[in-house]
Write a protein that binds this ligand. Sequence first.
Ligand SMILES: Cc1cc2nc3c(=O)[nH]c(=O)nc-3n(C[C@H](O)[C@H](O)[C@H](O)COP(=O)(O)OP(=O)(O)OC[C@H]3O[C@@H](n4cnc5c(N)ncnc54)[C@H](O)[C@@H]3O)c2cc1C
Length: 309
Amino acid sequence: MPIFRDLFLALSTNAAAHKFVLGFPPARAMTRRFVAGETLEGAIAVVKRVNADGMLATLDFLGEAVTNEQASRGARDEYLRILDAIETNQLNAYASLKPTQMGLVISSDLAFENISAIAARASQVGTTVRVEMEDSPFTQATIDLFKKLRAEFSNVGTVIQSCLFRSEADMQDLYALGAMVRLVKGAYKEPPTVAFPQKKDVDANYLKLAEIFLCDENAPPGTKLALATHDAKIIDWAKNFFKEHNTARERYEFQMLYGIRSDLQKQLNAEGYPMRVYVPYGGQWYPYFMRRLAERPANVFFLISNLFK
Ligand SMILES: Cc1cc2nc3c(=O)[nH]c(=O)nc-3n(C[C@H](O)[C@H](O)[C@H](O)COP(=O)(O)OP(=O)(O)OC[C@H]3O[C@@H](n4cnc5c(N)ncnc54)[C@H](O)[C@@H]3O)c2cc1C
């Protein structure tokens, strides 16, 4: 339902809708399905459960489009707290952040400085930092930022979206660099000048991009692909691919979002596949929540039905 998706993605950046949803108790209650609370302590409790179930975790402090330097430093400090918590609690987890949360809108030097501090601490803790991909005005700046970070830190990875035309070239480039890449379909509204308008093309491109990272037995050291999707057809394709090519386990993992297809997460884990659950938390949940509604009309119908209860 592309119109539905477009509507909710437009609302995800609309200030009036933001204000309305914040004051709307059923929406607040429903965020708990996708967001592990507003505090780090709440998120740690979730990660402990995920780890106890035998799965890996990603910790994400929600926030984006930061336009003031002090706020970007505040977000950096929260990530340093996340890394302290990973170390203290011996969590099987890493951190994932948005470049615009780290100040990319203000300057790439500021984002680089903030993420470098996080990557250095992550390296001491023995874990990874994932630089996420936002909408296409930031794609080139994010790739540039990632490459600059990767030149200094081997524990930094990034994300590529199969919806974008440019992603095939980006995947080739990152593969040659020995990068860790999380492959997603893309959660933002993009114009047809830069992205496939049809979902079937986004899905087909996903497989093509995954093969770039998985095909070569002599992959550059460090190369790793995270297949971040809830799409059962893609997951079945990947499982068959791994079997056929005898792909080494260190070269891939599955990733899914907290609260989405938990049944499939547990099934893959039980089948012995590396499975990582993305656990977001924090007060800035609105855009993340709206993107989750945009992905699945049923989520909105569920929300509306709660209105009448
Ligand atoms: C770990 C992880 C990290 C991500 N990081 C980024 C990022 O950095 N940048 C970015 O642009 N995007 C990111 N995304 C989001 C991604 O781009 C997609 O928007 C999202 O994953 C939905 O696409 P899908 O691959 O699950 O496939 P779809 O074809 O959208 O969905 C397949 C099936 O999954 C289930 N499903 C999907 N979404 C939902 C939902 N919201 N609620 C309930 N069920 C659902 C449904 O059963 C659906 O039929 C990330 C996704 C994951 C899993």
